[in-house]
Unconditional design. Structure first.
Lengths: 303, 214
């Protein structure tokens, strides 16, 4: 199915691109709505045929994987859900993979969000990942959802010295001091790894500036591709690793699947999305080339 | 109920996508509902998180009366709605600007200036300072040279006190190429981001709604 789908996808895309190229050589313009339809097709056909490609973790992704993997069992890992539904298709695979990996390794996981929408997304992750795949994990012992607090980077500026100045209870109103997972936790400095998943403000950059750097706490993250180039300068000193866009998510999922056979059948949206993503990129690259051809043809015609 | 939610989501997804054809009533309806729901969601969220969670609960349960100063500043901010005494709102605004600048100046300077400069000043051919020459891997050496040359020539391009001619002009040209390549990489990532969102919606339509894929 995968090969047949790939052939059909290439045929559809190839025929479309050929038509665009002929139009360009003739110096004719293409109605923008035709381009929209074509992009829609280039994305839809690979989705319908479930086309996937093999993924291998790049060093910047592997660094995050290795960090979680090499932390001693029972380490404290904080995952901050700094995104909303509009960014979810791209970054949710990352946060789910981090959560899955951390729990599989036996770490204690603290969920929170600097975005208001992150609170409900964290709750969804608990239902869809923790309850389904790790039914033995106990809330308040193995994981906790601290929820959202308003204040953006100001929240980090406070909890770097004292978490309880911001969080008196968890998201459900349970006193933090009554939860065993909070024993010995005074501030972010007691965490072994901070992970932010998002792509806007506040996000990974703020975690580096207001928590990682001042507290000398390792920070890793997953970012929407649009923000990833702005975060690369922090790697590897201030940011130990980064999952940039859906490609990063797919690489992480592949790494996880390779080392944890029990995750072979769990949903891998990152890997699944890389098929249409790859073909859509090929189309965009072809568009850039065809657009340039069209430009030079038009310029020659003008004399 | 779940089926109803899926159909509703499909209705809104297609309604928003319909704008690609042209502006239409379906799109406008979806847009208006989205704006209205967003405004309501944020109002409720901010009320319960800020006014109730961070202010009222702390005053009543923890007796943290220092928060009354913040609340007063907040009320003063609202005075801009009364034009004759609207000038009072400048005071809390000044406080916010000053506090934010103070908060940022230290962390931003430390993280984005000091550490970034430190990381750019690295040995070209060694793994780290003090290591023998050429101890770094070829991959790292190329990377180090690109970072050092790219940063330097990029800065040269923005130095306008000297005419961009001769060797200096050559370096400025390399600088602008470096910047253009950076923009290109950024554009590539932006395409990936936008495509991911489109793929997400298409996956929903073909999978959750139409049930054509598993």
């Amino acid at each position: 199915m995968n090969n047949l789908g790939l052939i059909i996808s290439f045929l559809v895309i190839g025929a479309g691109l050929l038509w665009f190229l002929l139009r360009a050589l003739q110096g004719k313009e293409v109605e923008r709505r035709i381009i929209f339809v074509f992009i829609g097709l280039a994305v839809s056909v690979p989705i319908l045929f479930s086309i996937t490609f093999a993924e291998k973790a790049s060093p910047i992704v592997k660094a995050v994987y290795d960090k979680i993997e090499n932390l001693p069992d029972g380490s404290r890992v904080l995952i901050s859900y700094d995104y909303g539904p509009s960014m979810a298709p791209e970054v949710e695979p990352m946060s789910n993979a981090f959560l899955r990996h951390s729990l599989a390794k036996g770490h204690k996981v603290y969920l929170m969000g600097l975005w208001a929408t992150g609170q409900s997304i964290a709750a969804t992750a608990i239902d869809s990942v923790v309850r389904r795949e790790f039914p033995e994990k106990v809330y308040g012992v193995d994981f906790v959802n601290l929820g959202y607090k308003a204040g953006n980077q100001g929240v980090l500026n406070v909890i770097i010295t004292d978490i309880r100045k911001m969080y008196l209870t968890d998201v459900g109103g349970i006193d933090l001091d009554s939860l065993p997972i909070m024993d010995g936790i005074k501030s972010l400095r007691n965490m072994n790894l901070l992970m932010s998943v998002g792509g806007g403000f506040p996000g990974i950059k703020e975690w580096i500036q207001f928590a990682g750097d001042p507290g000398h706490i390792p920070v890793a993250g997953g970012s929407a591709a649009v923000s990833a180039p702005l975060l690369y300068p922090y790697y590897p000193t201030q940011l130990l690793g980064l999952l940039g866009g859906i490609k990063g998510a797919a690489e992480y999922e592949a790494e996880l699947k390779r080392h944890y056979p029990q995750f072979a059948d769990t949903p891998q949206p990152g890997i699944k999305m890389m098929g249409p993503q790859t073909l859509a990129h090929l189309v965009i690259m072809a568009f850039i080339i065809i657009g340039n051809i069209s430009f030079f043809v038009a310029r020659r015609r003008r004399g | 109920m779940e089926i109803f939610g899926t159909w509703l989501a499909a209705f809104f997804t297609l309604g928003i996508i319909s704008f690609l054809y042209r502006d239409n009533a379906w799109y406008k309806l979806c847009e208006s509902i989205f704006v209205g729901i967003s405004a309501g969601y944020w109002f409720v969220t901010l009320f319960w998180d800020n006014i109730h969670g961070l202010f009222w609960e702390r005053i009543t349960e923890r007796h943290d009366y220092w928060l009354l100063i913040g609340a007063s500043l907040g009320l003063m901010m609202l005075l801009r709605l009364i034009p004759p005494i609207g000038w009072i709102s400048r005071w809390p605004l000044s406080f916010v600007v000053g506090a934010t600048a103070g908060l940022y100046i230290i962390n931003y300077f430390a993280s984005n200036v000091m550490v970034q400069v430190e990381n750019t000043l690295m040995p070209l051919f060694s793994a780290k300072f003090g290591d023998p020459l050429f101890s770094a891997s070829p991959y790292s050496i190329v990377g180090n040279i690109v970072v050092a040359a790219g940063t330097f020539t990029g800065l040269v391009y923005f130095f306008f006190s000297k005419e961009h001619k001769g060797a200096f002009g050559g370096m400025a040209k390399i600088g602008i190429w470096t910047i253009m390549i950076t923009f290109g990489a950024s554009f590539g990532y932006t395409v990936m981001s936008r495509m991911s969102l489109l793929i997400g919606r298409m996956d929903f339509i073909f999978g959750d709604w139409l049930g054509l894929i598993r």
